[in-house]
Design a protein around this ligand. Structure first.
Ligand code: ASP
Length: 367
């Protein structure tokens, strides 16, 4: 008999588990056990759920690098003991955490799905129950004994997204997230419809090696699908000396100069206009060039909700290309920041950084 899938449910905080403080009337995180009491339905799911909670759950606006690493190491340490991981997280910074986790886990063969809610679980009209129950169901989906989803995702309001493609777009609608440049991976309706062809597929070898499926492995090997056998690789180190600089029409030389000359700065995610355009004034280009020459990497991402950077398409981006800026293509700012923090730690030259940044590592950009 096939064993029930084992899911590790990690509670970090967020509105889902919050309650109104009687004194201040503000929402604050409360105890995980109380949260579970509100969802007795979890017991009826076709999987074994183990729960784990942060000692002090947080509002995700307090999220920092050490929290990312704490989540990462919890998953890494428990990787072989579970079939899937569900993280309850505040929605405010969920897209950043989801992006960071996607880079942390190379050759992932199991789902890591983040979810949360816009209304606390104790609220009559809460969106938390559906979000949590469906997320666990998705994390438990298997085919021939193997997890169907093998990447980091966000599930919110009937849609499953690739986490490193998401942005939070609403502070109050239940549809808090969107994935502007990549379609949802699954939609929950009467049936759970998973778009198999949109899922992130790493090489067949990892599948076979990790799941020890000798038959599938031999078949893949025969058809030359296997070059090397790779197991999940945990890479938790990020460089935090980075900044996001958003252009706006009245931006001054003083502001750009002040940001570019921050001591110890290693990288800038520059949010430009449209398809990667910026002022062509000489003071602007000169500051950026000097910054690049000092060894600070700059990635060009668009402020637009959808679409991609295409340096050289307009006159206003030709110079950015010629001074050596890296193209973020259609990556989100959240994902660009996480990817920059990750790659700054794992590459040594601008050439390497550029090569890996402009390439899809976890499905975070279209090529
Ligand atoms: N402020 C909350 C948080 O991000 C909002 C939410 O959970 O949706 O933790």
């Amino acid at each position: 008999m096939l064993m029930k899938p084992k899911i590790l449910l990690i509670y970090t905080g967020g509105t889902i588990g919050m309650i109104k403080d009687p004194a201040t009337k503000a929402l604050k995180a409360f105890n995980f056990k109380e949260l579970l009491l509100h969802i007795p339905e979890l017991r009826h799911l076709e999987c074994e759920i183990t729960t784990l909670s942060y000692d002090s759950p947080i509002d995700s606006s307090n999220m920092n690098l050490s929290h990312w690493q704490e989540m990462g190491s919890t998953i890494n340490e428990n990787y072989d003991n579970y079939d899937g991981f569900v993280i309850l997280h505040g929605s405010d910074t969920m897209a950043y955490t989801g992006s960071a986790l996607s880079f942390m886990f190379e050759h992932l063969t199991k789902p890591i799905i983040l979810t949360g809610s816009q209304l606390p679980i104790g609220d009559l009209r809460t969106d938390a129950k559906e979000n949590l129950i469906t997320t666990i169901e998705l994390a438990a989906q298997r085919n021939a004994g193997r997890p169907i989803i093998q990447e980091v995702c966000i599930y919110f309001e009937y849609q499953l997204y690739r986490a490193n493609r998401t942005v939070k777009v609403s502070a109050d609608r239940f549809e808090a997230f969107t994935s502007p440049n990549y379609p949802p991976l699954a939609v929950s309706g009467v049936h759970l419809k998973i778009e198999q062809n949109l899922l992130w597929h790493h090489d067949y070898d990892e599948f076979a090696a990790v799941m020890d499926d000798k038959h599938a492995f031999a078949k893949a090997k025969k058809s030359n699908q296997i070059a090397t056998i790779q197991r999940m690789n945990y890479r938790p180190d990020f460089v935090k000396e980075v900044v996001v600089l958003k252009l706006f029409p009245a931006i001054t030389k003083e502001v750009v100069e002040a940001i570019c000359s921050i001591q110890g700065l290693r990288g800038i995610v520059l949010e430009t206009y449209g398809s990667g355009n910026a002022p062509s004034e000489s003071w602007f280009i000169e500051i950026l060039k000097k910054t690049l020459d000092r060894g600070v990497y700059i990635v060009n991402v668009t402020q637009c909700r959808g679409g991609a950077v295409d340096m050289g398409k307009y006159e206003t981006s030709i110079q950015l290309k010629s001074i050596g800026m890296v193209s973020g293509k259609d990556i989100t700012t959240e994902s660009a920041l996480a990817k920059m923090m990750y790659l700054l730690n794992y590459t040594n030259t601008l050439e390497d950084f550029k090569y890996y940044f402009e390439k899809s590592l976890r499905g975070e950009l279209s090529i």
